[in-house]
Design a protein around this ligand. Structure first.
Ligand SMILES: CCCCCCCCCCCC/C=C/CC(=O)SCCNC(=O)CCNC(=O)[C@H](O)C(C)(C)COP(=O)(O)OP(=O)(O)OC[C@H]1O[C@@H](n2cnc3c(N)ncnc32)[C@H](O)[C@@H]1OP(=O)(O)O
Length: 302
């Protein structure tokens, strides 16, 4: 039995409320003992750009990004992702599967419209939100899996790398930090994350060329952990990965994860202002603005 309803992500305690709702509904159903185990609750953000499904049996939340057309990350969308993560922390989710509800695209990365023709003020708001959302995702208490069911360029790759395990649907989609191809530079914390994932040698090769890897290439260098042939297979693999943590004490797991990620996290925490200044200096320069304009045009011309 599946119960669907809408809930405002901005509200406090969504996870608890969703479970309470499910329990109430369960008790309202005659012969509820015969209901299948693993009741599922669904809700979505007020703007509908994020769908959340919580499995009542495992406590695993599936978060689907669904900001049409390409899940590009603008300030509002990043804020909703952060609120969703906050709610899942508050309600002690047991795991996260981060995926896309759109066909063909995991996320197209940063919304280039936030970078093009921006003001220092709007770029500051945007970049500060990006830093904050990423810090939350990178340090979640619960284990996380990116189920990459479409293209994941730029910050899409960064979101995926911040999850603890990556499963990618093959063979058509690509993933990578492609900033140099656009004439810009990946920020140092993207670089740190890629080094943590691939090691310095492969990270240097990938970053300097702005390489977008196919799923099988990504598997070979360790950018993803598994390649699957269907979304169903991906979900099953993600659930299997998360289920191994059911018997591992949560605090030990979380502290171990944070110990390993501490250097990369604190590098950004300590250097947030410097990072922002780098971004403002680079992005607002006439040369980069011109390049971004041409890049946007090339996307629209396709
Ligand atoms: C010492 C000094 C140090 C200095 C350090 C400086 C540090 C500076 C840091 C600055 C860093 C900036 C970091 C950026 C990271 C990023 O994420 S950049 C974005 C990377 N993403 C991309 O390049 C993706 C571009 N898009 C695509 O390749 C394709 O659109 C797609 C493969 C995702 C999907 O293809 P398809 O399905 O064919 O759809 P399209 O027709 O291409 O697109 C539909 C629609 O969406 C628009 N769009 C696509 N991507 C974006 C995007 N990222 N942002 C905004 N809009 C996007 C596209 O234009 C189409 O619009 P229309 O429908 O035509 O209007």
């Amino acid at each position: 039995m599946i119960i669907s309803f809408h809930y405002n992500i901005g509200n406090q305690g969504i996870f608890h409320n969703s479970i309470m709702f499910v329990k109430k509904a369960l008790f309202a159903v005659p012969n509820s003992k015969s209901l299948p185990i693993g009741l599922v609750a669904r809700f979505s953000s007020a703007t509908g750009d994020i769908g959340v499904t919580v499995n009542d049996k495992t406590g695993v939340a599936t978060v689907k990004l669904q900001r049409a057309p390409v899940n590009s990350l603008n300030t509002g969308f990043l804020k909703n992702i952060e609120s969703t993560l906050d709610s899942l922390e508050k309600e002690k989710a047991r795991g996260l599967i981060l995926t896309s509800g759109l066909p063909k695209i995991f996320t197209a990365g940063l919304d280039i419209l936030e970078l093009y023709n921006c003001t220092t003020e709007s770029l500051t708001t945007f970049w500060t939100q990006l830093q904050s959302t990423w810090l939350k995702l990178h340090a979640t208490s619960f284990p996380s899996v990116a189920l990459i069911n479409g293209h994941a360029p730029g910050a899409g790759c960064q979101l995926a790398m911040s999850c603890e395990y990556r499963i990618m649907l093959g063979p058509k989609y690509t993933i990578g930090l492609n900033e140099t191809k656009m004439g810009i530079i990946a920020p140092f914390w993207f670089v740190d994350t890629m080094i943590d994932t691939l090691g310095p040698r492969q990270a240097e090769l990938a970053l300097t060329s702005g390489k977008l890897f196919t799923s099988s290439e990504a598997l070979k260098v360790g950018l993803i952990d598994e390649e699957v042939g269907s979304e169903e297979e991906g979900v099953a693999k993600a659930e299997a990965f998360l289920s191994q943590y059911a018997t591992i004490p949560g605090t030990a797991r979380k502290l171990t994860k944070l110990m390993i990620r501490e250097k990369t996290i604190s590098n950004l925490v300590k250097n947030k202002d410097k990072d922002l200044k780098n971004v403002i200096d680079l992005i607002t320069s006439a040369q980069v603005q011109k390049g971004l304009g041409l890049y946007l045009q090339s996307l629209k011309k396709k």
